[in-house]
Design a protein around this ligand. Structure first.
Ligand code: F6P
Length: 472
């Protein structure tokens, strides 16, 4: 294949301490670039004076990273502002907390143009460009305006709401139609893809050749469904080793024989962490026999702390954890262990394997790779049980999990009780079904399917999920 240029706001440059970058995007892109070494371009994560804001190149193994800083103004207006205070809540169906006063699209478009200008310096005409996530919806248009005719694909990692919600986005008519400048737009689920198709039809009056192929003024844009997977076998091997690490052994020893329930989420209101703790509260209040016998470990690295809603949710989670621990805790038992530190991939894999229950209850999530990673890490002989929100994209593939309504602490509490007392035979049956799904759609085949669809269009009605990856 031609050279691959991946573009995303956040770039996961390998770090010395091995701590993983929070968020599914980094987890998904890394293995794709291992198979197709090329360039990963994006924000350095740093804020600098305007004059220092040129891109820097660094090399790690076969992989080239090109990183650009943001100015303070861009950081506040594009990242904290339009992307995270307006777009993020609306894409997660949260019209109630979107800050409509920050309707100014200017800085968001300006940063997209600046990214395009930096890319202009390094793009070759035959490069395949793969853009990721909601920070960069109009990047293809900026590149096309600069004369680039490359194959440009876009993958939307987070939910894509129906037009009835999306049209509440200030300036949606200037932003969403720009996505038609991509050759291929990929989504996590059929629902997201259908919502985008409906937007193009309803709001833009764009004619379509078939449900997923639209004709914009001078070009064709195709829509596809590519649920992100995980490195299932590799994670299983990693977890098998990691349980013997001093760190995981310490944690397990400290449980003193109690069953561990684990939750791992970036600190975000979309993850439903406070409600999850409420559910654990209901569980302990009804199932008294489990008091003192189970520990819920919630690992939650902080993110986007400058956005008010994040500070608010942080306070709410702190309070809820404190209340539950105060109500049920004893001198020798803390029901909820709440940790804000990010952990390495290997530490997490070992913890997942040591936990009898994986509790993944986002209120809305594009996919949720923690759910898949929890399953991948399990011991096939003694697997734990995944409790999963029906509003996570992963729920579509993970039918064999205990699917729950995360808004209803009562029913999540019952699912916890069911998981903890589930017979081994049922646990194995559910695990086998889930692991098959993970193997059939691991993260490598995800990347390959997208790239095949982008570079080798096939005119078959149902081709998107079925391309033969051995051709790449
Ligand atoms: O995976 C979704 C996502 O929003 C990514 O786009 C992002 O990199 C990650 O979560 C973490 O968020 P942030 O980059 O704002 O810290």
């Amino acid at each position: 294949m031609e050279r691959l240029v991946v573009v995303s706001n956040r770039v996961a440059v390998p770090s010395r301490d091995g701590a993983s970058l929070a968020g599914g995007l980094a987890v998904a892109i890394r293995p794709v670039l291992r198979r197709h070494p090329g360039i990963w371009f994006g924000w350095s994560g740093r804020v600098a004076a305007a004059s220092d804001a040129g891109a820097r190149v660094s090399q790690h193994g076969h992989q080239t990273y090109v990183l650009t800083d943001l100015t303070e103004e861009d950081y506040q207006e594009y990242y904290n502002g339009y992307a995270n205070r307006v777009l993020w809540p609306i894409l997660h169906y949260r019209l109630d907390i979107a800050e409509f006063s920050r309707r100014d699209l200017g800085s968001y478009l300006r940063v997209n143009q600046r990214f395009a200008a930096e890319l202009d310096k390094l793009l070759r005409s035959d490069d395949v460009v793969w853009v990721h996530d909601y920070h960069l919806l109009p990047l293809a248009r900026a590149l096309r305006d600069g004369g680039h005719r490359n194959k440009i694909g876009f993958f939307h990692h987070v939910p894509f709401p129906p037009p009835e919600i999306l049209t509440a986005l200030p300036n949606h008519e200037r932003l969403i139609p720009a996505m038609a400048h991509y050759d291929l737009v990929g989504f996590q689920t059929e629902i997201d893809a259908a919502n985008f198709a409906r937007y193009l039809r309803k709001e833009c009056g764009m004619p379509s050749r078939d449900p997923y192929t639209f004709q914009a003024a001078d070009r064709t844009v195709r829509i596809g469904v590519f649920p992100v997977g995980v490195e299932a076998e590799k994670l299983n091997r990693l977890a098998r080793r990691a349980v013997h690490s001093p760190f995981v052994r310490d944690v397990v020893e400290s449980l003193a024989g109690r069953v561990m329930i684990i939750g791992v989420d970036r600190l975000d209101y979309s993850k439903g962490i406070a409600l999850r703790m409420e559910a654990f509260d209901r569980f302990l209040s009804i199932h008294r026999e489990w008091r003192g016998k189970v520990t819920y470990l919630q690992i939650t690295p902080k993110s986007r702390s400058e956005v008010q809603e994040y500070a608010e949710i942080e306070r709410q989670i702190d309070e809820t954890a404190g209340r539950v621990n105060g109500t049920y805790g004893e001198a020798s038992w803390t029901p909820i262990r709440y940790v804000n530190r990010a952990h390495s991939r290997s530490a997490l894999a070992g913890l997942y394997r040591s936990a009898g229950v994986g509790l993944v209850t986002p209120l809305r999530d594009g996919m949720n790779l923690v759910a898949k990673e929890y399953v991948a890490a399990q011991d096939p002989e003694h697997p734990g049980v995944l409790i999963l929100s029906r509003f996570a994209g992963a729920a579509i593939e993970c039918e064999a999990a205990l699917l729950v309504n995360p808004y209803d602490p009562e029913s999540v509490g019952s699912a916890i009780a069911q998981a903890l007392s589930m017979p081994l035979r049922e646990r194995r049956g559910r695990y086998d079904a889930l692991f098959q799904v993970l193997k059939a759609n691991d993260v490598e085949s995800w990347g390959e399917r997208f790239l095949i669809a982008l570079t080798r269009p096939l005119n078959l009605p149902n081709w998107l999920g079925q391309a033969d990856i051995s051709q790449v």
